[in-house]
Design a protein around this ligand. Structure first.
Ligand code: AMP
Ligand code: ZN
Length: 119
């Protein structure tokens, strides 16, 4: 069922504590943890506790949790002191855009400069 934990989902396993992760923030609806392969000095993933395949599916099912993710992303940026210099929030959506884990996640990246357009 949409939103229910999926037994084969890596991020559901992190939420359940079955796979270790460096958790930096938790809220009623979200968990934030450090990316295992950081692409910037700060690289944190903010995920909903509910399983949805991507940001679009989450927005359809639980739009208020999209707002929770963005609020937590801002809180991570403040905690990491990258809010003043700026940071990037990325939802890779679909394999063609680089999505490899099909449980909605926002990448929060900062601590260095970024190019535009993105690669
Ligand atoms: P995406 O490619 O947008 O689906 O992002 C998935 C992200 O999950 C990548 O940046 C990976 O480095 C990260 N990742 C994969 N496995 C783990 C893990 N066990 N703990 C933390 N981050 C992970
Ligand atoms: Zn999941």
């Amino acid at each position: 069922m949409a939103g229910e934990p999926q037994p084969d989902c890596l991020f559901c396993k992190i939420i359940a504590g079955e796979v270790p992760a460096t958790i930096v923030r938790e809220s009623e609806t979200t968990v934030a943890f450090r990316d295992i392969n950081p692409q910037a000095p700060t690289h944190v993933l903010v995920i909903p506790r509910a399983h949805h395949r991507d940001a679009a599916a989450l927005a359809e099912a639980e739009p208020q949790v999209v707002a929770d993710i963005l609020r937590e992303a801002a809180a991570v940026a403040a905690d990491e002191k990258i809010d003043a210099t700026g940071y990037r929030v990325v939802f890779n959506t679909g394999p063609g855009a680089g999505q490899t884990v099909f449980h909605t996640h926002a990448h929060v990246l900062g601590g260095r400069g970024f190019e535009w357009p993105p690669g």
